[in-house]
Design a protein around this ligand. Structure first.
Ligand SMILES: Nc1ncnc2c1ncn2[C@@H]1O[C@H](COP(=O)(O)OP(=O)(O)OP(=O)(O)O)[C@@H](O)[C@H]1O
Ligand SMILES: [Mg+2]
Length: 252
């Protein structure tokens, strides 16, 4: 019998904190362990598809507007790793969503059945406080929050957590933080130390092992490859392995 699907969203309202890189590499590492993984890109920037080397024709926009079913929009990105892609066409999707009844739960409704075909679902988010991200939070209630070791990112985390509290109150959900992931981590840097200390004070039980700043990660992304395909023996691959184990061991 199939186990229950585990759903995560990778989110931070601040841009460039390593959301997409984190998501792609964890998702791939889990798929390599023989589990079925679905990645859903909800960001009109479309970086998730690019990072997996896919130029999509059918996207999340078609699912939201009911032009196609979710099944019809699946791209087989790798063995055991499927993708629902996005691109700039998703931009007007936000306007469409605002006009619908139950506008906050459109994604939850559309993906109700599809998600059950997988062991893990990871949803990638744009860096914004908008209706789409509200939908994502209600759809995948477990948060992975990459925090680049920067002061402004902490503010983004605080706003995010306040918003989840509001949603939980209004929708009677149980959206919760699963992991706070230190990214662009450099233990020789004072800023890293300060931000990590602040995180420890507020979120100590959620903090995962860090992803160190490493140019190999962006080189892999630029070539449409995961770190495991681009540099499998790198320290970056090692960092993602540790993090993947922690995500796999997390009980939802
Ligand atoms: N640990 C790291 N070390 C060095 N570069 C990294 C690291 N993680 C991500 N990058 C690079 O930094 C940039 C931002 O990363 P990424 O796209 O994953 O962030 P994001 O949070 O998804 O951004 P956005 O908010 O725009 O969606 C990319 O060019 C990526 O390749
Ligand atoms: Mg991104």
């Amino acid at each position: 019998m199939m186990g229950k699907v585990k759903k995560f969203c990778v989110i931070n309202y601040k841009g460039g904190t390593g959301k997409t890189c984190t998501l792609i590499n964890i998702a791939y590492a889990i798929s390599k362990r023989g589990l079925r993984v679905l990645v859903v890109d909800t960001d009109p920037q479309g970086s998730t598809s690019y990072h997996l080397g896919i130029t999509p024709k059918k996207t999340l926009y078609d699912i939201i507007t009911k032009k196609y079913s979710p099944e019809e929009c699946i791209y087989k990105a790798r063995e055991n790793l499927d993708l629902i892609a996005s691109n700039e066409h998703l931009f007007p999707g936000e306007t469409y969503m605002h006009k619908q009844k139950n506008r906050e739960t459109i994604l939850k409704d559309r993906f109700k059945d599809l998600f059950n075909n997988y062991d893990y679902v990871f949803m990638d988010c744009s860096p914004s406080i908008n209706l789409m991200n509200q939908n994502v939070l209600l759809c995948a209630e477990n948060l992975l929050i990459p925090v680049s070791m920067d002061y402004m990112t902490l503010l983004g985390v605080k706003q995010l957590i306040n918003n989840t509290k509001l949603l939980n109150k209004n929708f009677k959900t149980s959206i919760k933080v699963s992991k706070i992931i230190p990214t662009f981590y450099n233990r020789h840097n004072n800023k890293t130390k300060h931000v990590h200390d602040s995180l420890e004070r507020i979120f100590s039980k959620y903090i995962s092992s860090p992803i160190r700043a490493n140019v190999t990660i962006s080189e892999a992304a630029g070539q449409g490859k995961t770190i495991y395909e681009f540099a499998p023996t790198s320290s970056a691959a090692n960092d993602f392995d540790k993090l993947t184990e922690e995500v796999l061991n997390y009980e939802q």
